[in-house]
Design a protein around this ligand. Structure first.
Ligand SMILES: Cc1ncc(COP(=O)(O)O)c(C=O)c1O
Length: 453
């Protein structure tokens, strides 16, 4: 990988162990961070690496250093032109970071963080609180680099992720009803056992590591006009924006977050990180109620726009919700300014839960008019259901589920209500089904297009 900023290229491309600088004074380009106000919930433990009073602004040279140091253990993922380009009216490229070994970009920051520890810190080990991609990334690279890793996960953590972290040799503690409680426990344990606590989006080395994806994007798509990036705690957008703007300041950096947890937008409005309510979302990786202080301090002046998306629109994506957030912004037509431009969207995580994937596929079918639910009241005489199924099968509709209802009906004693879930080819086929039912039965209720109860 090459650094293309001529002014500092020599020093940047050496494997220097970079001392990160703290901004003790505010500069004019970034809004000053504010200490927690009375309305902000106080954290029980203090992480000196993420100090709201002394935020770190990560430097471009840190990213170059990270790229050099981690290159033996991270995949340079492809950035390929998407066949959705004509539909979305732009030259769309997907940066496929879900192809990293553990399925997400989080490996970049985790590996750099681990490699930057002192020998003694490596021997003692690290700890983090995470139920997702950061936990997997840290566990895997800890194993590769022989650094003991402990992960504290909330009780709601998916069993698959717990098992995978264990397979990577991490010690798992399931403590806490939610991730904030797990974090408190992890920080307490860090103090007790002399572990280094690794914040998965705000540790300066994690931000620098994530930025290496930006160097690859510029290398792979030199004529890029805009990058649309999902935002959770802000580590990815901070690193990417820094790497890209340093080499090509004209590139627009657009942050996308879930409307169910828009902590970056809230921080931009308040000019410092504030706590917002985090509701459950398909993009669980983005549900971080407060943007990282270092991430915000690094990213605020580099990000051109932040927008929120409703992720239900993305139900048909096979990458995980968080990983596909940027694409959701384009598909929903919220970025008309990108028409005709060259746009890169990082698909940065592929670890979708199997059950969540199943639900997504079903909802996708419903949105497409291919999964239909209807109720019809018919005669409870022999042949009543036969007649209904014959009508349906004649037009090629397939029944997925069928249920009889007799007891709770108030009308004719010889009638029965039949509830059916059926699969159709498309919306037109669904209309044909509705027409045939209404022409043959007087009492029909038809539900299509995701109106399921
Ligand atoms: C797949 C995926 N995309 C994006 C993000 C957001 O990254 P960050 O928290 O650094 O903003 C995450 C965070 O976990 C993630 O897992």
């Amino acid at each position: 990988m090459e650094c293309s900023d001529n002014s500092t290229a020599d020093s940047m491309c050496t494997p220097a162990y970079v001392e990160l600088e703290r901004d003790s004074e505010n500069d004019s380009s970034t809004p000053p961070p504010s200490p927690s106000t009375e309305t902000e919930p106080q954290e029980r433990f203090f992480d000196p690496e993420c100090d709201p009073l002394k935020p770190v602004k990560v430097k471009f040279k840190d990213i170059c250093s990270a790229a050099y140091i981690i290159k033996g253990g991270i995949i340079k993922t492809p950035c390929m032109k998407s066949n959705m380009s004509p539909t979305l009216q732009c030259n769309l490229y997907f940066k496929k970071d879900y192809l990293q070994y553990t399925g997400s970009f989080k490996e970049r920051g985790a590996r750099y963080m681990l490699m930057m520890l002192s020998q003694e810190q490596k021997k003692n080990g690290v700890i983090t609180a995470s139920a997702g991609n950061h936990a997997l990334a840290l566990s895997y690279h800890g194993q590769q680099l022989h650094v003991p890793v402990t992960v504290v996960m909330p009780i709601i953590a998916p069993i698959m992720k717990i098992k995978m972290c264990e397979q990577f040799g991490a010690k798992i503690s399931i403590i806490g009803a939610n991730i904030s409680e797990s974090k408190d426990h992890a920080m307490e344990m860090a103090k007790e056992k002399n572990f280094v606590y690794v914040n998965g989006y705000d540790h300066p080395h994690v931000i620098a590591g994530q930025g290496t994806m930006g160097l690859e994007i510029i290398d792979q798509v030199p004529d890029v006009d805009a990058v649309v990036v999902p935002v959770g705690g802000g580590g990815l957008i901070a690193g990417l924006a820094l790497a890209i703007k340093n080499q090509k300041p004209s590139v627009k950096i657009i942050g996308v977050e879930s409307e169910r947890c828009s902590s970056f937008s809230a921080a931009m409005n308040a000019k410092h990180p504030v706590t917002v309510k985090a509701q459950s979302t398909l993009a669980d990786g983005l549900a971080v109620p407060k943007i990282g202080v270092n991430a915000f301090h690094t990213a605020a002046s580099l990000v051109d726009k932040v927008m929120v998306v409703k992720l239900i629109e993305m139900d048909k994506a096979v990458v995980e919700g968080a990983g596909a957030c940027g694409l959701a912004a384009l598909i929903t037509g919220q970025l008309p300014e990108l028409i005709g431009k060259t746009v890169v969207v990082p698909l940065c995580g592929g670890n979708i839960d199997t059950t969540v994937l199943g639900r997504c596929l079903e909802r996708g079918l419903a949105v497409d008019g291919r999964l239909i639910k209807f109720t019809v009241t018919l005669s409870d005489r022999p042949g009543g259901i036969f007649e209904l199924t014959r009508l349906i099968s004649r037009i090629g509709v397939s029944i997925k589920d069928i249920m009889h209802e007799r007891a709770w009906l108030t009308g004719d004693i010889f009638s029965v209500e039949v509830k059916v879930v059926a699969e159709t080819r498309d919306r037109e086929h669904a209309c044909e089904l509705e027409h045939i039912l209404r022409s043959n039965y007087s009492d029909v209720s038809f539900v299509a297009c995701g109106e399921f109860q």
